[in-house]
Design a protein around this ligand. Structure first.
Ligand code: PLP
Length: 405
């Protein structure tokens, strides 16, 4: 049997794999605390459910335009106007099966074989694999000063004759950091000057804290016409807690949108129609759930950061948004895979190794769960790592005795 070289070069999504591991352990009755999750636990907005079930109740669910039903495009256009102050045409909008799929379609539409795609470190785990799937070469750029935000110069220095695109994700998964306005402005300017595509992955830009306002990349663009190479990606997954519906979208110039729609028409024939109707409901309905979720996450972040700050040796950067922190545990263990495995094995706490995001020594710890999980999860991690912790720990009625030091 022969599996293609391309398939063999792609690694499994570590975050999805961790979800499976956590579910398997839970099914066996293990007291798992999942701090590796990438989805809010709130319910989908009622308007989404009503819209979706209304279609299902008709019993007539048919093929639809590959780039999205007109009603969803209309809702996306309204969203873009409200949140980006920009009026776009339906031909500039492509709805796909989640932001991940939107990014994949964009990469397929713009990359030639061996074209390079630059993105800052730490990066969302899927970028390198998606770039490879589209035939490109991922080029992660690390900040020289060890922070989570390289300078525009560091990015510009990496631009060469093969560079085709830059991906910016702010606020960022896994660090939660929101890049500065100056940085985004500089990257927009760099892309215009060098004629590069800029993919703005705005998946988390409604989930930001401390009264900050989301960055609107269009503000810094001097070219907003048909030759604009700016592609903005959003989704219902995180802001409406609708990860399982799998709806995201991209807004770009008409030519790139048509290319993406064409590819999609041959690949999936478009996103699931009931899910699109749910997205229409979410986007056009009452918006208070986003604010409620944002407030809950901000409170969770404060509690998690407080616990991590009290953890000797752990360095934490306070997230500006998302539901992730990316603390540095290298004082305890440099190999993040080993550390994540140790925590899972000893105290059944799921975290994501920093290596998968391009930064060893870190763990991604999510705060989209309950406060109890966050507090108890950090206590368990402390027990494993802190040499001064008591020798015994109870997980429910199971007594654990430290036997690894
Ligand atoms: C930065 C980033 N972009 C895109 C996605 C994918 O979103 P979706 O579930 O809509 O495909 C994720 C999901 O974790 C993400 O973290």
């Amino acid at each position: 049997m022969s599996i293609s070289q391309l398939a063999r070069s792609i690694v499994e999504s570590p975050t999805l794999k961790l979800n499976q591991t956590a579910t398997l352990l839970r099914d066996k009755g293990e007291p798992v605390i999942h701090l590796g999750g990438g989805e809010p636990k709130t319910r989908a907005p009622i308007d989404a459910i009503i819209n979706c079930t209304a279609l299902l109740n008709t019993g007539e669910v048919r093929y639809a335009p590959a780039d999205g039903i007109p009603q969803l495009k209309k809702a996306i256009i309204r969203y873009t106007e409200e949140h980006y102050h920009r009026l776009v045409a339906p031909e500039q909008v492509v709805a796909s099966n989640g932001a991940k799929h939107s990014i994949m379609m964009a990469l397929y539409a713009i990359l030639e074989p061996k074209d390079e795609v630059i993105f800052p470190v730490p990066f969302w785990v899927s970028y390198p694999e998606m770039v490879k799937l589209a035939g490109g070469v991922p080029v992660p750029i690390r900040a020289e000063d060890g922070t989570f935000q390289p300078t525009v110069k560091e990015i510009a220095d990496a631009v060469g004759s093969y560079t085709k695109a830059i991906i910016i994700n702010s606020p960022n998964n896994p660090s939660g950091v929101m890049y500065s306005e100056e940085f985004v402005a500089g990257i927009v300017e760099l892309c215009e000057k060098k004629k590069l595509w800029l993919l703005m992955d705005d998946t988390y830009n409604r989930l930001i804290f401390d009264g900050r306002t989301p960055t609107n990349c269009y503000r810094y663009a001097s070219d907003l016409g048909e030759s604009s190479q700016l592609i903005v990606v959003n989704c219902i997954s995180k802001m409406y807690a609708m990860t399982g519906f799998r709806i995201g979208w991209a807004v770009g110039n008409k030519e790139v949108a048509a290319a993406m729609a064409n590819i999609q028409s041959q690949q999936t024939s478009g996103p699931s129609v009931p899910a699109q109707w749910a997205a229409v409901g979410a986007l056009n309905g009452v918006q208070s759930s986003i604010d409620g979720l944002r407030r809950t996450l901000e409170n969770n972040r404060n509690i998690l950061v407080k616990h991590l700050n009290a953890f000797t040796g752990v360095k934490v950067t306070k997230p500006d948004g998302t539901f992730y922190t990316f603390p540095d545990f290298s004082a305890y263990m440099k190999d993040s895979n080993k550390l994540a495995n140790l925590l899972l094995e000893k105290v059944r706490v799921v975290t994501v190794p920093g290596k998968d995001f391009g930064m060893e020594g870190h763990l991604r710890i999510s705060f989209c769960g309950t406060i109890k999980d966050i507090t108890e999860g950090i206590e368990r991690i402390k027990w494993v790592l802190d040499p001064d912790a008591p020798n015994e720990l109870y997980l429910g009625d199971r007594k654990l005795v430290r036997d690894w030091r």
